[in-house]
Design a protein around this ligand. Sequence first.
Ligand SMILES: [Mn+2]
Length: 245
Amino acid sequence: MSQTLFIADLHLSAGRPDITAAFLRFMREEANRAEALYVLGDLFEFSIGDDEPSALNDDVAAAFRACSEQGTPVYFIHGNRDFMVGRRFARLAGMTLLPEHQVIDLYGEPTLIMHGDTLCIDDAGYQRYRRITRWRWLQWLFLCLPLSRRMRIADGIRGKSAESKENKVMQVMDVNQDEVERLMRRYRVRSLIHGHTHRPAIHQLYIGDAPAQRIVLGDWYTQGSVLVVTPQGVELQSRAFEQAR
Ligand SMILES: [Mn+2]
């Protein structure tokens, strides 16, 4: 049966082996049977550059590579946490890096896919942070720092967010509805798929007189979340984490 899979917001880290185990199982048992796998950002909790020696990154790259070698292409759009994932990792993983907004043909339906942080324009502080961290020259400068220095900077940012009480589930402002419609008009689509907000749902809306849908992927904090698209329709599904650990 032909199906296309979408995942986002796994926030993989060395500190959460249960998420990694669930993800690797998903890659082994499911992803390789799909026509394509789209990873819409925040695959990793943090990324400080492709040259970071990390068993986790190696495992993830190997899982993607195995999948694409079995005939399922893997596509990746950066999230707000793993925007430093670069060409080297993509090559290793055998995956294709896509731009922040991409229109794909999903069984005849032009569909806009993205991480979703660009829809949250009400969060002015974040949007400023986003602009700055996406400056190519700043990323280049960051990558010129020794790894130990980059790790300390990352630890500092992590430490700061750990101080806030609501750290358990990262709170993200929701999308701005006008921005959703503006982008869907601009890209001439009636279907949008994104993650980032951790509010899984299939929203029905209208673009002018035309019915449209906005599909939000869930995160992988307490369970896996997968969007399965077939020629017949779309379904948000969850995958239980293994109990024994
Ligand atoms: Mn995000």
